[in-house]
Write a protein that binds this ligand. Structure first.
Ligand SMILES: [Zn+2]
Length: 203
């Protein structure tokens, strides 16, 4: 059996908790998209990407107000952090969007309480391409802190690797940014996903 020829775009978002430390959590906005993922028979992941690194193009956001060049290194650092966790996935920087599997871009703001979004194309149980959009401001126009942006980037890269939302606030995969680092539980979840035997997706 060949995989379905259709690419399935998945929209996954991370929401902003109340700014200024007075957290008034917004309802997770990605529930519908996540239900779609949970319903899949096998959880999608990248295949064979330790020998063939995933090519990441980080687009400069120089046209977006408030963007700073050092954000590119910060995001790239996030990719490196996830790929050093005993997972058979490696990343390399791509020189152009056309030669990339993954594109990271910045926008001024995202709708509602979203501060990050991952658009992922899955072919069968294999992740094919992805695009991460990161916001520089919240929906009220307030600039996101460096910590908030770091948390959002790590969260979206988690989605990019195949992780779904979890219910623990100590996890970077909680649907809101409460922590800004990858937890032991997150690392274990990723190892579990990639420790499953290889799944043939063609023929
Ligand atoms: Zn999310």
């Amino acid at each position: 059996m060949r995989p379905l020829p259709l690419l399935i775009p998945l929209y996954l978002v991370v929401a902003l908790i109340g700014a200024g430390g007075m957290a008034r959590p917004a309802a997770p906005t990605a529930a519908a998209a996540d239900v779609t993922i949970v319903a899949l028979p096998t959880r999608p992941r990248w295949e064979g990407r330790s020998s063939r690194p995933i090519r990441v193009f980080i687009a400069p956001g120089s046209a977006v107000a408030g963007w700073r060049p050092e954000l590119m290194d910060a995001v790239w650092n996030g990719f490196r952090q996830w790929s050093t966790q005993g997972v058979p996935v490696r990343f390399t920087r791509a020189a152009s969007p056309t030669s990339a599997d993954v594109i990271v871009e910045w926008v001024d703001a995202l709708p509602g309480t979203c501060i990050g979004k991952t658009w992922r194309e899955d072919v069968g149980a294999e992740i094919s391409t992805a695009r991460i959009t990161l916001a520089l401001h919240d929906h009220r126009g307030l600039g996101l802190t460096v910590a908030m942006q770091r948390g959002a980037a790590l969260h979206e890269i988690g989605h990019l690797l195949g992780l779904e939302h979890v219910g623990q606030r100590s996890s970077i995969m909680y649907p809101q940014v409460w922590v800004t680092d990858i937890s032991t539980g997150d690392r274990n979840a990723l190892r579990d996903l990639y420790a499953q035997p290889g799944r043939a997706v063609a023929d």
